[in-house]
Write a protein that binds this ligand. Structure first.
Ligand SMILES: NC(=O)c1ccc[n+]([C@@H]2O[C@H](COP(=O)([O-])OP(=O)(O)OC[C@H]3O[C@@H](n4cnc5c(N)ncnc54)[C@H](O)[C@@H]3O)[C@@H](O)[C@H]2O)c1
Length: 364
């Protein structure tokens, strides 16, 4: 252990690629020479990747074959998850859907099988680590080794922070962030063993920009973005080349039910089918970071360049009210007939916003 450390470190500094070649007199510290060489190498790398990017944008990116892969889609019982599942099944994947909503799950399994796809549905509460590990083991035994994991399930509370009950804040983090740790810990070892895998994090633009009434949601999505980036770097540091990660950051999406009633100006809500296409494209081209709409990528640096009042004004004008739909009449009437404790648990266990997920848009 100490010998290994002596070989890889000098004066506590990790050796750079050229440190061994430079003269003894300048080897004591991480030298100026090393820094200059690192700097030049870094710029060569940047220019190389810009040229590669231009070439790929003109001639297209190579797309990886997914036929025969086993894909787990969390939150696959509705919204974006079901649309992605349909597309993956079309490409020849065996799709494994995880959702807390049994009805949505059954509907989506039927839809996928209806187009000739292979599909399995499992009821899982992603907020429960034990449930995630248990069902992951069952999937491994009953379906096989998972090589594609899409962490898509998400929840939103949609209230001012001080009005948001503690348990809903906790639930947001349990589903939107912590579940990613448990699913990745369950499936990554087999991916590493086979040197083949892809982990997709469905985050949000809300992971990059703060919005009122979405304090828990934005911070959970920001954590999800950090999770993806740190995991990717960790895989690179460990030299694991066959396992890729992608983070998808869409703006508000139409027809999934989550932000159906959002008040957004200037930028139209995204079409859920186009977002699903984008997710699959990112998987097939091993894209690290996909933002929708694409031009937001150019806007993001402005956040750090302009004074805060400008950023704040822009965000407040863009999203005057992000709160999801108020309680629907159906649920209100139903809730009147429930005891207070039953009503509370019904609201707490709702998978998403109170607006029922729209299912009319689910074509491939
Ligand atoms: N809808 C948008 O405007 C939007 C925008 C950006 C990002 N996103 C993200 O996209 C993803 C999909 O969102 P959507 O719009 O399809 O929402 P949706 O509500 O239609 O679908 C989410 C699915 O997750 C499931 N789910 C929720 N809690 C669960 C739990 N504890 N265990 C298991 N399953 C659970 C739900 O049952 C539902 O089927 C989410 O991560 C969301 O944050 C959505």
């Amino acid at each position: 252990m100490s010998t290994e450390r002596a070989e890889t470190h000098i004066n506590g500094m990790r050796l750079g690629p050229l440190t061994r070649e430079i003269p003894e007199c300048v080897r004591d510290k991480y030298t100026v020479v090393q820094t200059i060489l690192d700097f030049i190498a870094f710029w060569i790398l940047i220019i190389g990747h810009i040229i590669k990017g231009i070439y790929r944008s003109i001639f297209g990116y190579p797309k990886k074959e997914l036929r025969g892969s086993i894909a787990v889609v969390t939150g696959g019982g509705g919204g974006l998850g079901s649309l992605v599942a349909l597309r993956l099944a079309r490409l020849g994947c065996t799709v494994v859907l995880w959702d807390i909503n049994k009805q949505g799950l059954d509907d989506t399994v039927k839809l996928v099988k209806g187009i000739g796809g292979k599909c399995h549905g499992y009821v899982v509460d992603l907020a429960s680590r034990e449930d995630v590990y248990r069902v992951a083991k069952t999937v491994h035994e009953e379906v096989g080794t998972v090589s594609l994991l899409i962490n898509n399930a998400g929840v939103v509370s949609g209230q001012y922070l001080l009005d948001t009950p503690d348990h809903l804040i906790k639930r947001t983090f349990d589903v939107n962030v912590l579940a990613h740790f448990w699913t990745v810990k369950a499936f990554l070892p087999a991916m590493i063993e086979q040197n083949n895998g892809h982990i997709v994090t469905i985050a949000s633009m809300a992971g990059h920009v703060g919005v009122a009434k979405l304090v828990d949601y934005c911070s959970s999505k920001s954590a999800a973005c950090g999770f993806d980036e740190a995991l990717r770097i960790e895989l690179e540091v460990r030299g694991i080349k066959g396992v890729n990660t992608s983070v998808i950051c869409p703006y508000f999406i139409r027809s999934t039910g989550m932000f159906e009633e959002v008040n957004s100006r200037f930028v139209p809500l995204l079409n859920s089918n186009e977002v699903a296409d984008r997710v699959v494209y990112a998987i097939r081209t091993n894209e690290h970071f996909a933002v929708m709409p694409g031009y937001f990528r150019l806007l993001m640096p402005f956040k750090w360049l302009v004074p805060w009042p400008c950023t704040s004004e822009f965000i407040r004008k863009l999203v005057p009210d992000a709160a999801p739909a108020p309680v629907t009449p159906a649920l209100s009437q139903e809730s009147e007939s429930l005891s207070p404790s039953t009503h509370k648990s019904k609201l707490d266990s709702r998978p998403m916003s109170l607006a029922p997920p729209a299912r009319h848009d689910r074509h491939v």
